[in-house]
Ligand binder design. Structure first.
Ligand code: 0A1
Ligand code: ZN
Length: 878
């Protein structure tokens, strides 16, 4: 909590730590009300740092210090000072042992950072700066130490006691308590420390690494969830094998543990050997989890596992380098999902996320580079830019180097920096050293915020048989960066002939034509012109294949060209993207003018797609999914909330009516025939079937509605049940209420399913949506203490239900700010994240702008704001 204006921290002020910590011995006497933490640190002066005033400053917050000793000598109050930020020890020796004894209160820790209580469990979250809420320490990632941890607790309440590394001792204590000691042989920064205590059941398995090491795999869940861990275990083993094969990375400890907890601020945490997970990303059973959940689990399990090398063995020097581990690890988990599923579909989903969340972030008041230069609260920088654009930046380097060279470059990175805390600069240097390429300009992707815009024009010269592309790049200004230098952009393109096949992309000047297919062009200047030869017909260009760079493209293709690409492009991503652009242009035209005609050839193109029985069904479902209202609003200069909603409904309804027979056939042909299977094929089938159902129901089709009712009642898996419930809830009325009641009764006590029950109501764009959401706030199952529940209700309403959240009277804004002010003292990280939909207030009409700004100002007027919320609001209003 701050009282004065909090100060930003700048990258340029980075200094190596004055002291290093080699060994850490921790002893916890665990108790939810009052836990005692005893710490012994082996400290020494850092030879690489400049000497300061001789004092040692350790971070520490919300700690009650009972005693401190240096080399066994108990300190008097004159020898140290404690304030809100930590402990200062005056004139310490060059090498010494420091012991501290502190008390902390897990049951009162609602921020879920440090040691906290989740249900009957005790667990920790230390990234980014949570360890300082456990004990006094140099809580910064460039201080890496070896940890030994002893946990002592009541044997009945806390039969399982876990920490990082391997268990080395166990003792039964006389007073009904027991103790377990863990030793982690790998030096690690404090943010990777973890402990968990509680009554947990375990799913056990094993894995033999490529070099023959036996690893015990253990997934810990609360006893009633024991039937929901198999998918997570399968995912883990797949990820472990994949990392060996694709990146040559093996696991390095004898045990790998995952614990599912129900109170967690984010997705999961990669603590060394002991990952702590939001249970949403572990627990799955076909009855209770949807395909999207199964998918999410597979990729988050993989993500945390991959961090063992990209994050833990090699970590970040400081938090400005966060994307070093996050961008690279997201890239790795995306590649994993592409390899075990469909590459095109995975790419489509990732690009959808990037365009829907990162592009607006990059165009708004919170825009920041992949490697930021300053922050007030690091918790606010776990952003789509650091994660998802960071992954794109790694992906572009992989594309520029090519697969073999990129693998040599990552091998070099792992070899050169193992055991170190490094920077994104170190990463790029490995790319350069392994490839011999100069990436000087490429580094701008780390330094400059903003999404580059590419303006591309094509010209065919029939006489010369050439086709020229002129490409201009331009990047809009972002806060603090008014002028941008050109980026180094890999632009993958193809050229399609009239028969729909790839032509050779043959640059004039090269003597031999290449094989037909994709070519990677490189842009480094504000403008380029490329000429391709050997073309005796006008080609249709397929631009930015596979979304080879995180840019916006403005081209001069006609709708006919796009329909042609949609039908023929050999690049699955671009087939989808051509369809998306067609949908988008039509939706924006309908937003501006409800009487805008819906062209027959567009309907025909959608029908052709629907009838293509050879196509991957998952890809087809993506092709026929209209862009979301949120995405579309980012394409408008002034967002027309009501117009977009109306246009979306209008086009959905028209497609539902015009494609009725095909949609009914698709729903029928893709019916579930046996028990639930989670395979790309089965997931695709369900996605397409439920998309067809949605079009029918939203078109008001009676037969569609009957199918929907039947599916809600008879379906044997949560994917199909939820698809039907969502559509019923949208319809509203007594039938919707009855379905919601049935569902609630059926799933009472299943927390993750209840989240779905809340979110399906929050997202239904019924006129009374806000009233319902406010009613649900008072529901006995609602709890502001559980982040998943808050997200299910409040974030779903404000982020997904655009038309109701942005109601013209401002009631949605008022509602959200009430929640933020209520939540800030409880959980500032979550409160700050809730504010996101208000941040882009300048994009709306003047009336809404006034209302949104007034609400942001109301936040700023709140008392004792957290630095998390203060930073977001003050930047939003700047
Ligand atoms: N490193 C985790 C994300 C994470 C960040 C902060 C947290 O608590 C404040 C928790 C998790 C990841 O990338 O998976
Ligand atoms: Zn991560």
């Amino acid at each position: 909590m701050y009282r004065e204006t909090p100060h930003p921290i700048h990258l340029k002020d980075y200094r190596p730590p004055e002291f290093l910590i080699d060994r850490v011995e921790l002893r916890f006497e665990l108790d939810p009300e009052c836990t005692r933490v005893e710490s012994r640190l082996a400290l020494r002066r850092n030879p690489a740092a400049t000497r300061g005033d001789g004092d040692l400053r350790l971070h520490g917050e919300h700690l009650k210090l009972t005693q401190a000793a240096i080399d066994g000598h108990v300190l008097t109050p004159a020898e140290y000072r404690v304030d809100g930020e930590g402990l200062t020890l005056h004139r310490v020796p060059d090498r010494f042992s420091l012991e501290t004894w502190v008390e902390i209160h897990p049951s009162l820790n609602t921020a879920l950072e440090g040691l906290y209580q989740s249900g009957d469990l005790l667990c920790t979250q230390c990234e980014a700066e949570g360890f300082r809420r456990i004990t006094y320490f140099l809580d910064r990632p460039d201080v890496m130490a070896r940890y030994t941890t002893t946990l002592i607790a009541d044997r009945t309440r806390f039969p399982v006691l876990l920490s990082n590394g391997n268990p080395i001792a166990h003792a039964e204590l006389p007073d009904g308590r027991h103790s377990v000691t863990w030793d982690d042989p790998f030096p690690k920064p404090s943010y990777l420390f973890a402990l968990v205590a509680g009554d947990l059941s375990v799913i056990e398995d094993g894995f033999v690494t490529a070099s023959g090491r036996d690893v015990k795999l253990r997934i810990f869940v609360e006893p009633h969830n024991l039937d929901k861990g198999d998918h997570a275990m399968r995912s883990l083993k797949k990820a472990m094998r994949w990392d060996e094969e694709r990146f040559g990375r093996e696991y390095d400890l004898d045990i790998y543990m995952i614990v599912a907890v129900s109170h967690f601020n984010m997705g999961a945490m990669e603590n060394k050997g002991l990952n702590v997970f939001n249970d949403k990303f572990v627990l799955a059973h076909p009855d209770t989890a949807t395909d999207v959940d199964f998918d999410g689990i597979e990729s988050v399990i993989a993500h945390e596992y991959f961090h063992n090398w990209t994050g833990n063995r090699i970590t970040c020097r400081d938090w400005f380098q966060l994307s070093l581990k996050e961008g690279f690890t997201v890239y790795r988990d995306q590649e994993f999902s592409s390899d075990v599923g469909s590459r095109a579909v995975k790419r489509i989903r990732d690009v959808r996320t990037l365009r829907a969340h990162q592009f607006p972030e990059d165009a708004g008041p919170l825009a920041h580079p992949v490697r930021p230069d300053s922050y007030i609260e690091i918790n606010n920088f776990y952003t789509n830019t650091v994660y998802d654009k960071g992954a794109e930046v790694v992906r572009m380097q992989a594309a520029l180097l090519g697969p073999e060279t990129f693998r040599r470059a990552t091998d070099l990175y792992f070899e050169r920096h193992d055991g170190q805390a490094v920077t994104t600069e170190d990463f790029v240097r490995c790319m350069e050293d392994a490839s011999g390429r100069d990436l000087t300009r490429f580094r701008r992707w780390y330094e400059q915020a903003g999404t580059p815009e590419l303006h591309i024009r094509g010209e065919y010269d029939a006489t010369a048989g050439t086709y020229s592309l002129s490409v201009r790049q331009q990047t809009p200004a972002t806060p603090g960066q008014p002028v941008k230098q050109p980026f180094h952009i890999p632009l993958a393109i193809g050229l399609l002939g009239a028969d729909g096949h790839d032509l050779p992309v043959w640059p004039a000047g090269e003597s031999e034509p290449p094989a037909p297919g994709t070519r990677l062009l490189e842009l480094t200047e504000p403008e380029h012109s490329f000429t391709f030869t050997g073309l005796n017909e006008r080609p249709v260009p397929s631009l930015l294949r596979g979304f080879s760079a995180p840019v916006r493209v403005h081209d001069d293709l006609s709708d006919a060209d796009r329909m042609f690409l949609m039908a023929h492009d050999s690049d699955g991503f671009n087939r989808w993207d051509a369809a998306q652009t067609l949908h988008e242009r039509l939706l924006l035209a309908l937003t501006a003018d409800a009487a805008h005609p819906i062209p027959e050839d567009y309907i025909a193109a959608c029908r052709r797609a629907l009838r293509d029985t050879t196509a991957d069904r998952a890809l087809l479902a993506e092709v026929l999914t209209l862009p979301s209202e949120t995405y579309l609003s980012d394409q408008m200069t002034v967002i027309d909330v009501d117009g977009l909603y109306r246009a979306h409904r209008q086009l959905t309804r028209r497609l539902g009516e015009r494609l009725r027979a095909d949609l009914l056939a698709v729903h029928h042909d893709n019916a579930e025939t046996g028990p639930y299977v989670f395979s790309p094929e089965a997931v695709g089938r369900r996605a397409l079937k439920n998309l067809a159902l949605a079009y029918l129901v939203r078109a008001g089709d009676e037969e569609g509605l009957a199918l929907c009712r039947a599916q809600f009642e008879a379906a044997h898996n949560m994917t199909d049940v939820m698809a039907a419930l969502r559509l019923l809830a949208e319809q509203g009325g007594a039938e919707a209420d009855a379905a919601l009641d049935t569902f609630h009764r059926r799933w009472a006590g299943e927390s993750l399913v209840l989240d779905k029950w809340f979110s399906v109501q929050a997202s239904a764009p019924r006129p009374d949506a806000l009233e319902r959401v406010m009613m649900l706030l008072k529901h006995p199952d609602y709890s502001a203490r559980n982040p998943n529940r808050v997200r299910a209700l409040v974030s779903t309403f404000s982020n997904v239900n655009q038309v109701r959240f942005h109601a013209a009277d401002g009631a949605g804004y008022h509602f959200l700010v009430d929640r933020v002010l209520e939540l800030d003292p409880v959980n500032p990280l979550l409160a700050a994240r809730l504010l996101k939909p208000l941040v882009r207030w300048r994009r709306f009409d003047p009336e809404r702008q006034t209302l949104m700004r007034a609400e942001l100002e109301r936040v700023l007027g709140g008392r004792d704001l957290s630095s998390d919320v203060f930073e977001v609001v003050s930047k939003a209003l700047a």
